[in-house]
Design a protein around this ligand. Structure first.
Ligand code: GDD
Length: 308
């Protein structure tokens, strides 16, 4: 495959690039500002003409559209930016694809946040559920999944939309729960923090976590074998309380650590439980996560020990 990854220097982008290169695929990527490799191109995803030029130049067979805002909490204070960098940028990209070559397979990245309140019952949520997003981020991603359907039906684009649930791993930035916790515990263990205290947000939420390396594998599998016009959840199918994430991370350290609730880490609204069904991707594409939660959390903690 001749792949173009938008947002290649982001968290998932880096793992996806490695995975594609392992199979000798040709990989190009777009970034917003810093150029770290010859195959990386600085691109404004809000400029249709710039995207058209790039597509004509590198002629990708597949596009993984990873670029966009990924932080749910920040979307509350940057609502316009959420719509612009997620929804508008995706439309701009799909318009450019329409002009250059409708046979390019485009993988768009949504989120479990699209389901919002629809996910609050106890059953793992499937792809055909109603969308009832409650964060600006969730709205920006839900709009993408609706638009993708239209590009598939009305314009015959080869698009597939993915809804990853929480994905974690070494190298994820601060602002996401496992990094936020592991970073603070690592600081304490390196004696770089005055008090043996860590600040946390809502520990009662239940979420569905998958390691980023399994996520990259899923994106690759979908690109190769997924059905055009379809939507796939990418998740473990298991709910874990945030409290438990904290306990596992704390078990890697032998320090006595006090837990403090920080009100500023709470969100204006969030669903108490968000667990996905991965039946569709398992049945159609034989994808299932392989890395356990504990080993993923261990890698994250080791990453922060080496980087604080
Ligand atoms: N970030 C963070 N920091 N979250 C905390 C903390 C904390 O100190 N304490 C508790 N939480 C809770 C949040 O309230 C939320 O319920 C849960 O931990 C997970 O928060 P995040 O890691 O910030 O992830 P998210 O669920 O908001 O969003 C992530 O997953 C989505 C898919 O479900 C992101 O990766 C999104 O880009 C992705 O679409």
């Amino acid at each position: 495959m001749r792949a173009l990854i938008t947002g290649i220097s982001g968290f998932v982008g880096q793992f996806l690039e490695k995975r594609l290169l392992r199979d000798s695929n040709i990989v190009y990527g777009t970034t917003r500002s810093q150029k770290m490799s010859n195959n990386y191109i600085i691109l404004n995803l809000l400029s249709e003409q710039d995207i058209v030029n790039l597509l004509k130049d590198i002629k990708p067979s597949h596009i993984f559209h990873l670029a966009g805002m990924s932080n749910v909490k920040q979307s509350w204070s940057h609502r316009i930016h959420a719509i612009e960098s997620n929804t508008i940028a995706t439309i701009t990209l799909l318009e450019a694809v329409k002009k250059v070559n409708r046979n390019i397979r485009v993988i768009t990245i949504g989120s479990s946040e699209e389901y919002g309140y629809a996910a609050t019952n106890s059953k793992p949520i499937s792809e055909d559920s109603a969308l009832r997003p409650i964060s600006p981020y969730g709205v920006s991603k839900a709009a993408i999944s609706m638009l993708v359907r239209q590009y598939y039906k009305a314009d015959q684009l080869d698009v597939i939309h993915l809804r990853p649930f929480n994905h974690i791993g070494p190298g994820q930035s601060l602002g996401f729960v496992t990094s936020d916790f592991a970073y603070q515990i690592a600081l304490i263990n390196k004696n770089k923090q005055e008090k043996n205290q860590i600040e946390v947000g809502n520990l009662e939420a239940i979420r569905d976590f998958t390691d980023v390396r399994d996520i990259a594998e899923a994106y690759y599998k979908v690109a190769k074998h997924g059905k055009s016009g379809e939507i796939y959840n990418v998740c473990s199918g298991t709910g874990v309380k945030i409290n438990k994430i904290l306990d596992i991370l704390l078990s890697f350290s032998d320090k006595q650590i006090e837990i403090i609730t920080d009100e500023s880490k709470m969100r204006p609204s969030e669903v108490p439980i968000m667990v996905g069904s991965n039946e569709k991707i398992q049945k159609q594409l034989q994808w299932a996560p392989k890395i356990s939660l504990k080993s993923s959390l261990y890698d994250i903690y080791q990453y922060w020990l080496a980087n604080v």
